[in-house]
Design a protein around this ligand. Structure first.
Ligand code: FES
Length: 91
């Protein structure tokens, strides 16, 4: 799955890592937007079906989108802004 950007596609690109691999997002992205906009991007894997997932509420209510960010610990990907140099790990 991949989100298609329909607005603000010209925002500056930022570099971060996901599970140790380089990835890019755009300035102003939440971590969830950056993850889902990447080629082959997904948030986490369904533990029962082993299929990629994309979060649920996208507004900080369901706590379905926890990721680990170096130096910060667990954060909600849907309500945390992506910053250059962030090291993000799926949980
Ligand atoms: S997707 Fe629901 S809290 Fe982030």
């Amino acid at each position: 799955m991949k989100l298609k950007r329909v607005r603000d596609a010209a925002r500056p690109e930022i570099a971060l890592t996901l599970d140790g691999q380089p990835m890019t997002g755009q300035a102003g992205d939440t971590l969830l937007t950056a993850l889902l906009s990447a080629e082959g991007g997904f948030l986490n894997t369904n533990p029962f079906l082993n299929e990629p997932r994309a979060g649920f509420c996208y507004m900080g209510a369901c706590q379905d989108c926890w990721v680990d960010v170096d130096g910060r610990g667990r954060v909600r990907a849907c309500s945390t802004l992506a910053e250059p140099g962030m090291s993000v790990r799926r949980l």
